[in-house]
Write a protein that binds this ligand. Structure first.
Ligand code: FAD
Length: 308
């Protein structure tokens, strides 16, 4: 019988962080800030806001980040930033805009090719050529916390895991202080990857990215694009539940909670949750694992911000 709840003594020092994406419409914005308020109860160490392909969400990312910091009091809101479709000075200006909103933490990424995932990546003329160069640029701009990506099952463009780890090393050498992983479902994959990362002399925290599965078909499609594997064991548990939403959510909750509990028992302390801007599944997972709900100023401010 899989175990999906930690004993109280096992819960010490666990931290959570959440990924959100900038809303496209007013309705989605209301939904996002309701989610932010609901999930603030688990006192995330930080939250992150993504940056659209090719900088397509620049204005929305800025507005979202500003509102997170100023209205909801989520002081440690990290802004994702990519190198795509912009010169160095344009990217540097965006860094300055985020800093003016109160951002002290960036998630520095190369970004996907402008032709879409699968096409060849060409650095923008006069732009940062890759994530490592962007890390150096942000590091030069100020005393920021800088997170970067990591790929336990390797990035689809990478010839092998060793090349992936070399890339991570370059990002760390240039000043990255934390890696957030692509989502994965097999903790053995993650543990093998982490061992290789440590053998390469990389000592920064590598935080597992956890994606609770709201929609199996969507996750399988997305996983296929970004080189992540949805194990048969996970598919088997969810595939017959499409027409049974309550059962499906319950099973998805158990799958994610089991994954977190197993990682915690392997010594992992920090967990980055891909929220998809929705709270019910994330809340259910956190409750089942045993993360404590805390009264907090951030939660109260977030609730006030959501109601505004
Ligand atoms: P890097 O870390 O520079 O490279 C990733 C891997 O690809 C490397 O390990 C390297 O080996 C290989 N690689 C890179 N370039 C080449 C090359 N030219 N030839 C061969 N191999 C190469 N995308 C967005 O658009 N917006 C976001 O907000 C966003 N947030 C993300 C957050 C996380 C935590 C993660 C894991 C991904 C995110 N992405 C986002 C997706 C990311 O932009 C893509 O995966 C992109 O293809 C790679 O960017 P990177 O920073 O991971 O690249």
């Amino acid at each position: 019988m899989p175990i999906h709840t930690l004993y109280p003594a096992e819960r010490g020092n666990l931290t959570l962080s959440y990924e959100y994406f900038p809303p496209k419409t007013d309705e989605m914005e209301t939904q996002l800030f309701k989610t932010v308020a609901e999930l603030a109860v688990f006192s995330p160490a930080f939250v992150t806001v993504t940056y659209g392909a090719g900088g397509s969400t620049k204005a929305r990312s800025l507005t979202t980040v500003r509102r997170m910091i100023r209205e909801t009091g989520l002081a440690n809101t990290a802004a994702h930033l990519t190198c795509v479709g912009a010169t160095k000075s344009e990217v540097d200006a965006v860094v300055a805009d985020f800093a003016a909103c109160g951002v002290r933490h960036f998630v520095a990424l190369r970004g996907d090719p402008q032709g879409g995932i699968g096409s060849a990546y060409t650095p923008f003329p006069g732009g940062y050529e890759n994530a490592a160069a962007l890390v150096a640029g942000i590091r030069a701009a100020g005393d920021f916390e800088i997170s970067v990506s990591a790929y336990p099952e390797k990035h689809p463009e990478s010839p092998d895991v060793a090349a992936d780890i070399d890339t991570l090393k370059r990002k760390v050498d240039n000043g990255a202080t934390r890696a957030l992983t692509q989502f994965f479902f097999d903790n053995d994959d993650f543990e093998r990857y982490l061992e290789r990362v440590r053998r390469a002399g990389i000592t920064i925290p590598v935080v597992p990215g956890i994606l609770p599965i709201n929609n199996l078909a969507q996750v399988r499609k997305f996983a296929g694009l970004c080189g992540a594997r949805v194990p048969d064991a996970v598919i088997t548990r969810l595939i017959h539940l499409d027409e049974m939403p309550e059962e499906r959510i319950k099973e998805a909750t158990h799958i994610a909670a089991e994954q977190i509990v197993d990682l915690a028992r392997r010594g992992l302390r920090d967990f980055h949750l891909y929220t998809m801007n929705r709270s019910p599944l994330i809340e259910a997972v956190c409750d089942l694992v045993g993360f404590e709900r805390q009264a907090s100023a951030a939660r109260d401010n977030a609730a006030a911000g959501a109601a505004a």
